[in-house]
Design a protein around this ligand. Structure first.
Ligand SMILES: [Zn+2]
Length: 295
């Protein structure tokens, strides 16, 4: 704690050349924030590659860094359950925190059991990420001292245009699917925004909720197996950051030929594995989904 006190007194008198620190919870928002901020500030991302945003935690060192940051950027809407207490305590210390999810016109989780609960997985809809880019740009402009504030706006405009181009490409890809090929079953309710944006229908999830922390009952799996059979879905979409044991149980239970397709649904991978950036993650998922659904 003595060390933290020393850090506080350093931060109170920032040298002109010292970069501001922005703390970001998820690696998806970390990539987006880095594209907006560039080298003008240190963007520290808490969540490692391939981690589960519902369950990752922070170290004591990271918690201390959060309390010294000029800005915290987090997903919110209930996503980062393991980090929320640290965000609250940093806010009590006067650190501004942007809850990006509330700035992107969130949808409710499309599941009877979670009715009315806001769905945190907004990044699966690139149009909402364009809104997130604006929200992050505004928060950085308001709270973070930058050497060249004009660069912030041009970076955000360039990156926002890339996300908008991704959205158009995805729309073309999904539009090519036949109407009876638009039903999807996923690991948990992670693709509601993508389904809403591109005209797919989520007919079930292995974990019947908006979080990976809830386990399905045997009856849930039996019901879902029936849904898989009746709907004739060709594939179940698993998550690369989650064990796919339950998905395999479901596929066996359904007793039909069904592909298990791993997607990068809520975490970036390390570079070179298909989801080194948000844009790459979305392109990989779109290609895998459209290939599986049209097979
Ligand atoms: Zn999730």
């Amino acid at each position: 704690m003595a060390a933290a006190g020393v850090l506080t007194s350093c931060a109170a008198v920032p040298a002109g050349s010292e970069k501001a620190t922005i703390m970001v919870t998820t690696n998806i928002l970390g990539d987006i924030t880095r594209n907006i901020v560039g080298d003008a500030a240190d963007v520290v991302v808490l969540m490692e590659a391939n981690a589960d945003p519902h369950s990752f935690g922070v170290s004591a060192h990271q918690a201390g860094q959060m309390e010294q940051a000029q800005l915290i950027v987090f997903n919110g809407l209930g996503l980062e359950e393991g980090v929320l207490a640290h965000i609250d305590s940093a806010k009590e210390q006067g650190v501004p925190a942007l809850e990006v999810g509330v700035a992107v016109n969130p949808l409710a989780i499309q599941d009877a059991g979670s009715a009315g609960t806001p769905d945190p997985h907004f990044w699966t809809d690139p149009q909402r990420v364009v809104m997130a880019v604006d929200a992050i740009e505004d928060a950085v402009a308001q709270h973070v001292s930058l050497p060249d504030p004009g660069l912030l706006h041009s970076n955000a405009a360039i990156y926002g245009a890339q996300v908008a181009a991704l959205d158009q490409w995805m729309a073309t890809e999904f539009a090519a699917l036949a109407p009876d090929r638009r039903k999807i079953i996923t690991n948990h309710h992670v693709f509601g925004y993508l389904a809403h944006r591109f005209g797919l229908e989520v007919i079930g999830a292995v974990m019947p909720s908006g979080t990976t922390l809830a386990a399905p009952s045997a009856a849930d799996l039996f019901d879902l197996a029936t849904t898989v059979r009746d709907a004739g879905v060709p594939a179940i979409f698993a998550d690369t950051s989650q064990p796919d044991k339950l998905v395999r149980v479901l596929a066996e239970e359904a007793n039909v030929k069904v592909l298990i397709v791993p997607l990068f649904s809520e975490s970036l991978s390390v570079p070179g594995e298909g989801a080194g950036s948000y844009l790459e993650m979305m392109r990989t998922n779109t290609s895998r989904m459209t290939a599986a659904l049209s097979s």
